[in-house]
Ligand binder design. Structure first.
Ligand code: ADP
Ligand code: MG
Length: 474
């Protein structure tokens, strides 16, 4: 894709002045992160990294991504309710991956006791890249779906004003008008509010499970603020707080510091290092409760890379979404090649294919949060080592998406403005609420565009690699 901003990106002096204006506007709009030096304090903050210009995205792909979001919501919800599918899909992985095994143990424990929760809330984000095809037209390909702690819905509602500002400074009024308004945090909050309402206790609170060190607090506050505007109060607590002060009554209602909790919203708990033994116990307590967890443990498992890979097998979507051939077709159109590495012939063939053409594949463990995937020579070494070991079942192999690079200027605190070759990743936020067997809400609530220099294979905004962006529809 060519950029609209070609000549502007060549004019260094103008870029510097524009960058100064953009950064000031970002700060004024609240596009903020705490600093890595002081991640627990808002005394000193800086702007979240972003692109100076919005990046071009084909309108058709943007529309396609929005159109398939409700299908993905339904799919995640169906997987989370299908204990047999989860068990079968994850059986080889949990023998090798301790983190997934622990999550799965809690899932089994809760099923055995009987699920107390009656209201289910999904806040997810499906991420895509634009695969260039041989005829030149780009195609939407899913990277993954995030079913826990999907972030940047708050800051993404603040960045359109920044890009409109930049374009207005350049007197590009028409272009400024094309930047889409976006407010995921409002939509995410509406989902939480609906779950809170269905829980049915006006004095109950929303519990946000927070990390001690949280640079991305303003993103979370955006959702909290939307809830408070609806008179729904949020308390922020860590897993440690829950293990000290959380309890269940005889009806498995959850109480923290003596206050009843209607909804638990996790912004922690998606990586192994976030769990001490004590934290695992706190997670189990939360899962056993009748509060609406976002996500509940089954929905977190539905977001694993192993599940993603199994969903791409012929017949799986049809089994999970019976009688919905159109939804199935929309979903399948976004799938890239995904391959099981379980022991056996199929896995052997996948490994052979990857070793023969390493640049065309990505090796993924069951991890979230960026920086865990293996590419190129690293992937080759890992595959050679894993080849004859059962451990390979803890990974999946994925076709590598190759978007067409374009130029943009990346702005980061402490670094000079940098014009580089970039690629983008588009995320669509989805919200659904189910009460017992009845779906009460299913929608898309906004988007997130993240852009990074092509030399980085992996990593998001939080990992310091990608920066916030806006789609400029073309
Ligand atoms: P995580 O759960 O850590 O976010 P992802 O599957 O989203 O894992 O991968 C992290 C990053 O790696 C993505 O944001 C993307 O930049 C890159 N990536 C992942 N899968 C692919 C792929 N199939 N092709 C190209 N890049 C990929
Ligand atoms: Mg990701």
């Amino acid at each position: 894709m060519a950029t609209n901003w070609g000549s502007l990106l060549q004019n260094e002096q103008q870029l510097e002045e524009l960058a100064r204006q953009a950064v000031d506007r970002a700060l004024a709009e609240g596009v903020l992160l705490r600093t890595s030096q002081e991640p627990s304090s808002s005394e000193v903050v800086s702007y979240a990294p972003f692109t100076l210009f919005p990046s071009l995205v084909p309108s058709a792909l943007l529309e396609q991504a929005y159109a398939v979001q409700m299908d993905f919501n339904l799919l995640v919800d169906a997987v989370s309710q299908n204990a047999a599918f989860l068990e079968q899909t994850l059986s080889s992985t949990i023998k090798q991956d301790d983190f997934t095994a622990r999550l799965f143990d809690i899932h089994k424990q809760v099923l055995k006791e009987g699920i107390a929760q009656t209201v289910f809330l999904g806040l997810n984000r499906s991420d895509y890249m634009f695969q260039r095809s041989t005829d030149g037209s780009p195609a939407l390909k899913q990277i993954e779906i995030n079913t826990i702690s999907a972030s940047f819905g708050g800051l993404a509602s603040r960045t359109p004003a920044v890009h409109r500002h930049v374009l207005s400074v350049l007197s590009k009024t028409k272009e400024a008008g094309k930047i889409l308004s976006n407010n995921p945090s409002k939509g995410l909050a509406l989902g939480i509010a609906k779950a809170w309402e269905l829980y049915g206790s006006t004095n109950a609170l929303v519990l946000l499970i927070a990390q001690e060190k949280e640079r991305n607090i303003f993103d979370q506050r955006a959702i909290e603020n939307e809830l408070l505007a609806r008179n729904i109060h949020v308390i922020r607590r860590t897993f440690e707080d829950i293990s000290e002060k959380g309890s269940l009554d005889q009806d498995r209602r959850l109480f923290v510091d003596g206050q009843e909790i209607a909804v638990v919203y996790f912004r922690d708990g998606y990586m192994p290092r976030q769990y001490s033994l004590q934290n695992w116990e706190a997670r189990l307590l939360l899962e056993r409760s009748c509060a609406a967890k976002c996500p509940d443990i089954a929905t977190q498992l539905a977001g694993t890379k192993k599940v993603q890979q199994e969903l791409s097998r012929p017949g799986m979507l049809e089994m999970l979404l019976p009688g919905q051939p159109e939804a199935v077709a929309r979903l399948r159109a976004t799938f890239a090649g995904l391959y099981s590495l379980d022991m056996g012939e199929e896995g052997d063939q996948a490994i052979a294919k990857a070793l023969a053409a390493p640049s065309r594949f990505v090796l993924k463990p069951q991890r979230e949060g960026g920086g865990n995937n293996l590419y190129g020579e690293e992937m080759v070494q890992a595959l050679k080592q894993l080849k004859d070991s059962e451990e390979r079942a803890s990974y999946i192999l994925m076709e590598k998406i190759e978007p067409e690079p374009f130029e943009n200027c990346l702005l980061r605190p402490g670094s000079p403005a940098q014009v580089v070759q970039c690629i983008s990743e588009l995320g669509i936020f989805g919200v659904y609420v189910r009460q017992e067997k009845t779906l009460v809400m299913n929608k898309h609530v906004g988007h997130l565009l993240r852009t990074k220099a092509i030399e980085h294979a992996d990593g998001g905004v939080a990992a310091g690699v990608a920066v916030l962006d806006n789609p400029y529809p073309v």
